[in-house]
Design a binder for this molecule. Structure first.
Ligand SMILES: *Cc1c(COP(=O)(O)O)cnc(C)c1O
Length: 232
């Protein structure tokens, strides 16, 4: 008998319930929102437990940590998404080992990932990270430069541009992340109207996945509410 009381199982059920409720409430298509389990700092055993529940997509921020888990979980058929900042000396390993990258924010990185994608693999799925709130210290292409970078990316044969990603300013008295998500949806819609073939809007985390789904998210990236609070 399976042990239905495992906390990871309970948290997973809660998160899936929240996604399904938001899909219904905001009249989104069934199955139009994918859950990406953000597994930074989590052990391979924790990933294995949640993979046994049918979760196959994992988001990782740190390259070496991800490579170690990939090796430990090589017997499973998993989809690996790189969601952290990218240094150019890491692009080869990312291009070799990941299925997706959500954090491409400049031409140099896009070109290197494309050039370094091994021939035998399908093109690397890519989202452009947009600095939607124009935060000085934050990664991401400026919103008004996203269209040009997107057009450059579609010319690269080693990557396949899938869409946009953002990490909004956290909520505060002065800022409601819903406004960031709304601007992301507008940008995404504009790029598609301009002829770019995009299907992925990667936004929404534990605290605000409902708001992101309301504004068209197709992939929510959930860490804390799946695995519990991260150790410092
Ligand atoms: C850590 C992280 C998440 C998950 O955030 P939670 O609040 O733990 O759900 C999502 N996206 C990115 C890029 C992250 O680094």
């Amino acid at each position: 008998m399976t042990d239905n009381s495992h906390p990871l199982q309970q948290r997973l059920n809660t998160v899936i319930g929240r996604i399904d409720a938001a899909i219904a409430r905001f009249s989104r298509e069934p199955d139009s929102v994918t859950l990406l389990a953000v597994s930074k700092t989590r052990s391979a055993d924790e990933l294995r437990t949640i993979a046994a529940e049918g979760i196959t997509r994992f988001g990782e921020n740190y390259l070496q940590e991800a490579l170690d888990k990939m090796a430990e979980l090589a017997d499973l058929s998993l989809e690996w998404h790189f969601i952290g900042p990218i240094q150019s000396n890491k692009t080869r390993s990312i291009a070799e080992h990941f299925n997706w990258v959500h954090s491409v924010d400049r031409w140099k990185i896009a070109r290197r990932l494309s050039d370094q994608r091994p021939d035998g693999l399908p093109p690397l799925n890519v989202c452009l990270q947009v600095n939607i709130d124009r935060e000085p210290q934050k990664a991401g292409v400026a919103p008004e430069q996203a269209a040009e970078l997107a057009r450059q990316c579609v010319e690269l044969s080693g990557i396949r541009l899938r869409g946009l990603m953002c990490i909004p300013l956290p909520p505060s008295e002065d800022h409601d992340p819903a406004s960031s998500y709304e601007r992301m949806l507008t940008l995404f819609t504009e790029l598609k109207s301009a002829g770019l073939n995009l299907d992925t809007l990667s936004m929404g985390m534990s605290a605000d996945l409902e708001s992101a789904i309301m504004h068209g998210s197709t992939m929510v990236r959930v860490g804390t509410d799946l695995f519990g609070p991260r150790p410092e």
